[in-house]
Design a protein around this ligand. Structure first.
Ligand code: WTA
Length: 656
């Protein structure tokens, strides 16, 4: 693990308080209000969350205990019964929201659909009945490999409704990556589409599913449900594959939500770590519902009149928590868009905002940098006056991108809500409450009420202000992941024992380096483990290395992140070759293609450098720090005395 460095962090002093108008209309209106709320939550977290659970959610049966904490395993609201699909749909139907737009969808080729709460409820019930008809039962894991179409959200809610945990796999992952995830989760059924639009091209999703399931390599999967989207020819395997529109014919729209235990698994979502294969992060029902509900409501100051747009993909946690569950649980109007920022249509995003009068816009720094590059004439020629709040997530936002977002998109009046969180945390952990907390460009500001965050050294001691350290959380929260699917030991080791417990007190280790300034503001610097962040996508360097080594020409590979202006980081691979294989441009191309095949396009190396040897310590560990320096074109910094063969460095600089 590398030490976080603070030299790279800007000493950013600018402060942007919310406008008086924004504060006056906000749920939490001043720094004092935030402080009070924070102190109250800190003094008695269980009471704080229990009060909110009581007033904000519908329960079939109330819980017995708020928190059962046997570190590092937590149960929240144990004994309670509820259903998140009920909270997202049914409870709104008896209010005026029945005919409110729940989901507005914009398709890539210009088509669009809107579902009211009543309509969405009907679709979800029908979908749930189809799943039941195909034999899916409570507790069965369902794989979802879908484009950004309404049916992705409908499928998730339908699974939740009948108590079948979903395991959504991002549509950009390869057949191999999909297969691994389906096997790990022992999925019974896969929901997919014929294809999906991605940047002017069609991704053949069904063909990838066929490949993933070929040779009976995932025996647990007995059915595949296919939504028609792109209309191209696909293979349908009789008995296994079914068209959604066929099964929907004549199916009942009556499907009461299954009362679920608070701690029943809601979903698995795979994410990359520093070692081994991706981890199946497990989230459960009630705590997840409460946490995504409250964080969205307060951090985005959600109002019933808002049109809210989060640009993430449902294949990531941001899509789960803040396109589907958080907004719908709050009865909001959530907008879903099939497209991505692309040069062929540089005004597309701003057209969507103008067309639907979007009030809250939530995106990633990498997208903002792409917009900057495309030019401000595109947003400037659209009417963006409906916007009242802007959010960002996924990586530290560079102050220039922040300022551009603030000036060009926000018209200098919208608060910028920089939300720090992770797949593991379910929802925002460090974030401004926009009516209360003045923002600083590049800082996620202060912890959400109920979150006890700190910066510590490797022994778990709090470090002084403005000194770099490891970001940790000192008290359980309702949205925390419960375990790694099938591997509780890995959960314990990765997140809770990295910083050794002091006096039996466990702290959650996030894997990020950060510092806290004199105002208590958090500045997240990025990962301190072997995880890299490419265009907001989290990738384990080990996964990419295994993919490379699985190619017959490769003997050894070491992957590091190279700083990249647009993507934040880019995959940089150092490779040694097997036997008589020789470096060539063709081989570079082939290896890049191979990684795409093994993992997906998001992991494609930007650069591959061949070398005779990798720099190793005498004990055989690859010295990644040196490789990071080399990839960035920097002088090799720090101690190299443990390097086994000094000559390796010179050769690496040149490449072979
Ligand atoms: C990074 C995405 C700085 C961080 C929700 C974290 C951020 C990882 C921010 C989680 C932010 C996310 N500022 N860094 N606002 N948001 N990160 O699991 O390194 O895909 O650990 O969840 O993204 O990525 P994940």
């Amino acid at each position: 693990m590398s030490e976080p460095t603070i030299e790279s962090i800007l000493q950013e002093k600018r402060l942007f308080p919310p406008t008086p108008e924004f504060s006056q209309n906000a749920q939490i209106q001043s720094l004092e209000d935030y402080q009070q709320l924070y102190d109250k939550a800190k003094a008695d977290p269980e009471k704080f969350w229990a009060d909110l659970a009581e007033t904000q959610l519908h329960w079939f049966q109330k819980w017995d205990t708020v928190l059962d904490w046997k570190p590092p395993f937590a149960k929240w609201f144990d004994g309670g019964k509820m259903n998140i699909s009920y909270n997202c749909l049914d409870r709104h139907l008896t209010t005026w929201r029945r005919n409110k737009a729940a989901l507005i969808w914009e398709g890539e080729p210009g088509d669009s659909r809107t579902f009211t709460y009543a309509q969405l409820h009907r679709e979800v019930c029908q979908f749930a009945n189809v799943l039941k008809q195909l034999g899916v039962k409570k507790g069965d894991v369902v794989g979802i490999y879908m484009p950004m179409i309404p049916e992705a959200a409908i499928a998730m809610l339908a699974c939740a409704r009948i108590g079948a945990p979903h395991s959504v796999v991002f549509g950009g992952f390869s057949a191999e990556a999909l297969r691994d995830r389906l096997i790990d989760g022992e999925a019974k059924l896969v929901i997919t589409a014929d294809g999906g639009w991605r940047k002017d091209a069609i991704v053949p999703l069904k063909a990838q599913v066929d490949k993933a399931l070929s040779n009976n390599s995932v025996p647990s999967v007995t059915n595949v449900l296919v939504v028609k989207r792109t209309q191209q020819e696909i293979q349908m395997e009789p008995g296994r594959d079914h068209w959604w529109h066929d099964l929907q014919q004549g199916i009942s729209a009556d499907c009461p939500a299954e009362p679920m235990d608070s701690e029943d698994m809601l979903f698995i979502l795979y994410t990359s770590g520093s070692t081994g294969k991706p981890k199946g992060v497990v989230h459960t029902t009630a705590g997840y519902n409460l946490y995504t509900h409250m964080t969205l409501q307060w951090a985005f100051d959600l109002k019933d009149t808002d049109v809210y747009w989060c640009t993430a993909d449902v294949g990531w946690i941001t899509g789960h928590s803040y396109i589907v569950y958080g907004p719908l649980s709050n009865g909001a109007t959530t907008l879903m868009y099939e497209g991505a920022p692309r040069a062929s249509n540089p005004g597309a995003f701003w057209d969507v905002i103008e067309k639907h009068g979007v009030n809250i816009f939530y995106t990633a720094p990498t997208a903002i940098r792409a917009f900057i590059k495309m030019g401000e004439q595109h947003p400037k020629t659209r009417n963006l006056s409906s916007l009242r709040l802007l959010g960002t997530v996924g990586e530290p936002i560079n102050p220039e991108a922040w300022m551009w977002y603030h000036r060009v998109i926000g018209g200098e009046k919208c608060p910028i809500v920089d939300t720090w969180w992770q797949t593991e945390t379910a929802g925002f952990m460090i974030t401004p409450l926009p009516g209360a907390i003045p923002t600083k460009p590049g800082s996620a500001t202060l912890p959400f009420p109920g979150i006890i965050a700190d910066i510590v050294d490797l022994e778990g001691n709090t470090v002084p202000d403005n000194e770099g350290g490891y970001l940790v959380v000192r008290h359980p929260w309702p949205g925390m992941m419960r375990t790694v699917y099938g591997d509780p030991d890995r959960f314990r080791r990765t997140y809770w024992e990295h910083i050794p417990p002091q006096d039996g007190k466990y702290v959650y280790f996030a894997g990020d380096g950060a510092r806290k300034d004199e105002d208590g503001y958090f500045w997240v610097m990025g990962r301190v483990d072997d995880v890299i962040n490419v265009a907001g996508h989290r990738l384990g360097t080990m996964e990419i290395e295994s993919a490379l080594v699985s190619h017959p020409a490769v003997a050894e590979a070491a992957v590091v992140g190279k700083p990249d202006e647009m993507k934040g980081e880019e995959v940089f691979a150092f490779v040694t070759l097997e036997g008589d294989h020789t470096p060539s441009e063709e081989l570079v191309k082939e290896l890049k293609k191979h990684v795409v095949q093994e993992i997906g396009a998001i992991a494609r190396p930007g650069e591959i450098r061949f070398t005779d040897a990798l720099p190793k310590t005498r004990s055989g560990k690859i010295m990644r720090r040196l490789l990071r320096n080399l990839a960035a074109g920097q002088e090799v910094a720090g101690d190299t005395s443990t390097l086994e063969d000094m000559g390796v460095l010179d050769k690496l600089r040149e490449g072979v």
